[in-house]
Design a protein around this ligand. Sequence first.
Ligand code: NAD
Length: 458
Amino acid sequence: MPPQEIPALFAELKRNFRAGVTRPLSWRRTQLGRLKALIKENKQVLEQALKADLGKSPFESWVAELGFTINEIDHTLAHLDEWVRPETVSTPLAFQPAHSEIRSEPLGVVLIIGPWNYPVQLVLAPLIGALAAGNCAILKPSEVAGACSTAVAQLVPKYMDPQAVRVVEGAVPETSALLELPFDHIFFTGSTAVGRIVMQAAAKHLTPVTLELGGKSPAIVHSDANLKVTARRLVWGKLYNCGQTCVAPDYVLVHESKKDALVALIRKTVGSFFGADIRNSVDYSRIINERHFDRLVGLLEGQNAAIGGGSDRDSLFIEPTVLVDVDPASEVMQEEIFGPILPILTYRTLDEAIDFVNDRDKPLALYVFTNNRKTREAVLGRTSSGGAAVNQTVLHLAVPDLPFGGVGPSGMGAYHGRTSFEAFSHRKAIMSKPTVVDPDLLYPPYTEFKKGITKRVL
Ligand code: NAD
């Protein structure tokens, strides 16, 4: 869609929202059902698009994109009646008789901007919350995952109510044109740098934003950790989607006494997951494009690769790579890696590891591997991160009742499950008073008698 046509599309959805198209609960349920059908009936089309963009295996496509989104729809449909129910709260004695309640109302027309790494899930999962809460939505998938963007743009009009859900494909010019408009909410998933651009544009209209950003998520491996299980869960989380996951463990801080054993176990685990010829494993994805490939290979310069280090630009393949003796000041420790490269740094005391994390931006996720309660509580209690997992990586984001989001530079706001419904709703405070009686306690003249009573009941 040419950028100059975007304002008319926005105005159309605004009119439809005002006409009340999206408010009935029955409409919301139907749309969620249609979204589920879109995914189920086009599983192959979507899997092929994910394969084309990222070399994603059908297994990962199902678990992390399609099945994930269907689970989120089912969870929403199962709980929607409870979420929309007005919540009665108590009213102070001095204002009686009265009834006070909170009602969730839809925000209006919302914009959902997606990234390329989970290009289907990360536009459709936020849409679930937007629809459940009764909003109209414009989806802007990432142009970098072109096959998925096309698939979403072709399928959405076939399944979803065009009065309420539309797709705008494109890159910076289209997104900039969208960001000019006074949306009622912007839900952005992507980099911290573009998150800043989105928030600046939103500020012009005082549009609230949810920013799902990234950052360097650390994994702390303490001396008492079960190293065999730790290695498996680290390798799994790091190499899922070839490291192109916002909550992938970015780097490891391991107690110095366990470094060599951990590296040996990671080597063994990589072999057991992908075989001796990783290039031919259908379960190992590829880097999204040449730009990111070159960026990642650049990060390896001057580093000591204990595992891997090889790559092939033609097939956008980078071996699972573990770096040791990493200088914290080196480039690989500055920006989010977002690829299959795992720097391993060591620490002597837990305080040192906690300080290392606290000296840097608050991450999207933090992982701690330990079987000791005190160690676990020290790490969780003295660090700040969007989310955390103990003796696990990544999976916390798939628990529908856990809010998923960042803190500080890793994002603001959260979603998934009920939190998605709340992200796209306004909690309207309503007080209702009957008119059969009208006590004059709060009205002038403010007599000594009224002052005495209000002092006691307010
Ligand atoms: P990105 O910020 O480059 O792009 C995201 C979206 O913004 C795309 O739709 C793109 O078209 C648009 N965009 C890019 N430049 C723009 C500009 N100048 N003006 C307006 N819009 C612009 O992010 P990406 O490379 O697609 O995704 C990778 C990043 O996303 C990583 O940092 C990753 O950690 C983060 N991420 C976060 C989550 C999360 O849930 N927190 C999930 C996935 C990815």
